[in-house]
Structures are given as structure tokens and as C-alpha cells.
Design a protein around this ligand. Structure first.
Ligand code: BGC
Length: 491
């Protein structure tokens, strides 16, 4: 027998169960219990609920970590005691297109799960037409192979793409490479991977110049006339691709998470020069690696981290991004099953496997109209014993975990927007964020959850979010175009 507590008894400041009162109760056989939470369930979910006060505290700590990263000159160092948790990497990009960039550019976007190639025509600093593109899913096995195999795979696909475009006769084609991993950029053309994230383990790539590895693979294949290779992080590419003059922040909430923004040069201790601004790739996914989020981590987060490929690293990313959200829900479901609050206390062989509960299920289960039916189907397909209230309980778990993710992202955005506001000595700031990533784009109400938190947390900033499709590819081509202009200017 479950003890029930009414949600009105919970802290007013804590996250509302966004769907609780809206869900229809009329669906055949499925009972919605989200309007009152069983007490034992509440016990388990409570640590995931971050109040506005918690978020303000997290924002304060993030700002401190960002300031440490900006001051720190040990970027790229492997020693955890001297490596800042939020690395604040220079992108070497000080400007956006100025309207004089023209030409055809290749772009590559290597994310956590997909590889995409683009051909982008730029006219007067803007993308002329929707780019031509092709996409491949990066084979899981490849993530554990050697760097040579990885880069040969990339170039094989790039070569096939170039062939279909009939571009072989062209003079040298410049290429923008959006590489969605933390890199220490020495210039726009030279960038060293500091550490793999998102489950990649390819040997011989960490601490190597990624542009050089790609160039060598192009050389091994032969017949491709590509030069120069301009390197950019995906979040920087996302900001660049956002055609809004107020866009000074880029954010990604996908397989991984990251944010970039325009910082005043005078505040960047890691770079020479005082004038103007520089786009800083925060690598905020590493926030918490110095234990600064210790008091906000649940037992589930700690276990996930301990059993991950990179324990102790990218702590906040593991609370937020698509690579991990499904696993957090899975861990909570197993605990609820253990306490006999779900699936009649039994488990199926399917649910025993770690990667069974995919992040996309969270979106399907939180669908406003068909969520409970989707949950029923997903759980039944996993061979679980599903009773009439289980789908609703699982939906509540998904809502709690995705709300925490959205609210943490809101705290990060508010921190960055306020940083820009105080840098400029403004009482109020109107700013646009270029946004990309499957979690933000595909989840039915993630964007609403995030925006709701933004409104509460940041009365001094008017933050407008603009989603850009194919942001990484378009942005990488634009960065290559800006690099070409700057090169021409140098003569
Ligand atoms: C990487 C970032 C990247 C982000 C989003 C993180 O795991 O460290 O470099 O921008 O994922 O793709």
C-alpha cells in the first residue's frame, strides 16, 4: 500500500510536475497518479528537485569556476589538481562574418553520434541556400578503435560526399571542421584534443592536433584537394550560425552539453591582448569535476559517474545531456522496482541491461497527448509487468530528471548572460542564444521548462533563444569563410 502526499505539501519553490493536472485520466486502463506523489517515491525523487535557491547557489559556483578558468594558464594540463573544471578555452575567434565573405566551403560536423558533411555557399557573409549535406551514424565499435581508423572513416565518407557534388575540378576547397570535443586551440588551424568525452576512446588522438590528423588522413586517401582546415568547437559554430545581431551566446544540449560566449579580451588571462572580445568555449560540461557540485549529486549520479568511461569527469554533463538522461531514469526505475513500487517488484532481462532505457524514451513518455500510452508500450516491450499506475509513475520520474536537466541549463545561461551584463556595466541586457542539440529540440517540453526557469532566475536579462538547424555545419563553414577573409587581410 502506497502512502500518498499531496504536491501542495512540497516546497513551493521546487519544480512543479509540469503535466500533473493536465493529463487526462480517461485513458483505458491507465491511471494517472501524477497529481499526488506516493511518499516513498517522493523520497527517491526529492534530491533531483533543485529549488530556485539551489539554482542561484549553483550559478554562483559556476561563475567562480568560470573566473578561475579565465585566469588559468594550465589549459591542456592533465593533472586534475591544476586543471580548472570549467576550462574556458579560447576559440581564437574574435569576430563574426562582416558581410564581405564569399565562396563555397566544405564543412564537417563530428558530434557524439553522427558525422555530417556539408557544402555551403556563402554570399556576403550569409549562407546563400540550404547547404547540401549527408549524414552517417558513427559505428559504436569505431569509438574504441585507433585514431587512424576514425580519421580514415571520416575521410572516406567526406571523399564520397565530395564526389557526389562533382567538385573535384575545383581549386583548393577550404573546410571548416566542427569537432564537438574539448580542444586547446593554438590557432584557428591548430587544435589539440584535451580529453575525449561522450564515450569516445580512440587511441592516439588525445593531446594531438586534430587538424593535422585529418590532414594526414586526407593525404592517405589521396585525390582530395582540401585546404585549409579550420577548426571550431560545435558550440562556437552554433553561435556563429545564428543570424541575429544580438547573438552573443551559443549553447548545445544534445549528446553532450556546452556553452560559449563573447568575453572581453582584458578578462582573458590565458591570451595576450586587451582590446575587443573573444569567443570563449566554456566547456561547462566539466563543471563539478572539482567537487563543487558534491552536495547536489544524488546517489544515482554518483553511481553513474563511477561506472562511466570517464569517472570524475564532466560531472554536470552527466546530470544533463542526452548521453546520460536515459541511464539516470533507468537507475531510478531499478530502485523503485527494488522497493516494490514498480513492475510488481520484478525485473526483466531487458531492464537489467544498462543501455536499455534510451534517452528518446523520456521524450516519448513526456508527450502531452500520448505519454502514458507510450510509456505503457515502452515498458511492455521491455517485458516488464506493467500495472495501471506504472506508466504514470515512470512519467513522473522522466519529468523529474528532464526538469533538473533543463533547470541546470537555465542556471548556466543566466550565469553567462549576467557575466556579459556586468562586463558591460549594464543594468539590463537583451541577448540572444543560438541553440542546438537533440535534447532541447526533440523533448516535448524541455524548452518550456528551461524558459520558465530563466524568467524566474534572471529578471535583469531578457534571454531570447533561437534554434538553428544544422548549426554546426553552417557555423563551421562561416568560420572558414571568416578565416579566409582574415587571411586575405593579412596579405
Ligand atoms: C564536449 C564539448 C561539446 C559538447 C556538445 C561535450 O561533451 O566536451 O566540446 O561542445 O559536448 O557537443
Amino acid at each position: 500500500m502506497h502512502l500518498l502526499v499531496s504536491n501542495t505539501e512540497t516546497n513551493e519553490d521546487s519544480i512543479p510536475f509540469s503535466e500533473k493536472s493536465k493529463q487526462s485520466n480517461t485513458m483505458a486502463n491507465l491511471v494517472d497518479i501524477t497529481y499526488e506523489t506516493p511518499a516513498e517515491v517522493e523520497e527517491i525523487l526529492k534530491p533531483f528537485r533543485l529549488s530556485n535557491e539551489n539554482l542561484k547557489e549553483i550559478s554562483k559556483r559556476l561563475l567562480k569556476a568560470m573566473e578561475e578558468g579565465l585566469r588559468n594558464k594550465t589549459v591542456g594540463s592533465d593533472h586534475p589538481s591544476i586543471r580548472p573544471s570549467v576550462k574556458m578555452l579560447s576559440s581564437h575567434l574574435k569576430e563574426r562574418p562582416n558581410g564581405t565573405e564569399n565562396g563555397g566551403f566544405l564543412a564537417l560536423d563530428m558530434g557524439g553520434t553522427k558525422l555530417r558533411a556539408y557544402y555551403v555557399e556563402v554570399m556576403n557573409g550569409k549562407i546563400k541556400l540550404e547547404p547540401k549535406s549527408k549524414e552517417w551514424t558513427i559505428p559504436q565499435e569505431l569509438k574504441n578503435e585507433s585514431g587512424t581508423q576514425l580519421f580514415d572513416y571520416i575521410v572516406k565518407n567526406l571523399g564520397a560526399f565530395v564526389e557526389t557534388l562533382k567538385l573535384e575540378g575545383n581549386p583548393k576547397l577550404p573546410l571548416g571542421f566542427s569537432f564537438s570535443f574539448p580542444c586547446d586551440h593554438k590557432s584557428l588551424y591548430k587544435c589539440f584534443l584535451t580529453k575525449w568525452t561522450k564515450g569516445f576512446k580512440c587511441s592516439g588522438v588525445e593531446r594531438k592536433d586534430v587538424a593535422k590528423l585529418l590532414r594526414e588522413a586526407i593525404g592517405r586517401k589521396g585525390g582530395l584537394n582540401i585546404h585549409p582546415i579550420v577548426m571550431v568547437n560545435d558550440v562556437v559554430a552554433t553561435m556563429m550560425s545564428c543570424e541575429d545581431e544580438n547573438c552573443q551566446i551559443g549553447m548545445i544540449i544534445g549528446t553532450g552539453t556546452n556553452a560559449c560566449y563573447m568575453e572581453e579580451m582584458k578578462n582573458v588571462g590565458t591570451e595576450d591582448g586587451e582590446e575587443g572580445q573573444l569567443c570563449i568555449n566554456t566547456e561547462w560540461g566539466g563543471f563539478g569535476d572539482d567537487d563543487s557540485l558534491k552536495d547536489f549529486l544524488t546517489e544515482f549520479d554518483k553511481n553513474l559517474d563511477n561506472e562511466s568511461d570517464n569517472p570524475g569527469e564532466h560531472i554536470v554533463e552527466k546530470m544533463i545531456s542526452g548521453k546520460y538522461l536515459g541511464e539516470i531514469v533507468w537507475r531510478v526505475l531499478l530502485e523503485l522496482k527494488e522497493k516494490k513500487l514498480l513492475f510488481e517488484g520484478s525485473v526483466s532481462d531487458n531492464l537489467r541491461k544498462k543501455d536499455t532505457f534510451e534517452t528518446r524514451f523520456i521524450s516519448e513518455i513526456e508527450d502531452e497527448k500520448n505519454g502514458l500510452e507510450n510509456a505503457d508500450k515502452i515498458l511492455s516491450d521491455l517485458d516488464l509487468k506493467v500495472n495501471s499506475t506504472d506508466p504514470s509513475l515512470v512519467k513522473m520520474v522522466c519529468d523529474t530528471i528532464s526538469s533538473r536537466s533543463a533547470r541546470l541549463c537555465a542556471a548556466a545561461l543566466v550565469t553567462i548572460a549576467n557575466r556579459i551584463r556586468t562586463n558591460r556595466g549594464l543594468p539590463h541586457l537583451k541577448i540572444t542564444v543560438g541553440m542546438d542539440g537533440t535534447v532541447y529540440k526533440k523533448h516535448p517540453n524541455f524548452s518550456e521548462k528551461l524558459k520558465e526557469a530563466l524568467r524566474t532566475l534572471s529578471p535583469e536579462c531578457d534571454i531570447n533563444i533561437k534554434v538553428v538547424d544544422d548549426a554546426s555545419g553552417k557555423g563551421a563553414a562561416l568560420v572558414a569563410a571568416v578565416a579566409q577573409r582574415l587571411c586575405g587581410q593579412q596579405g
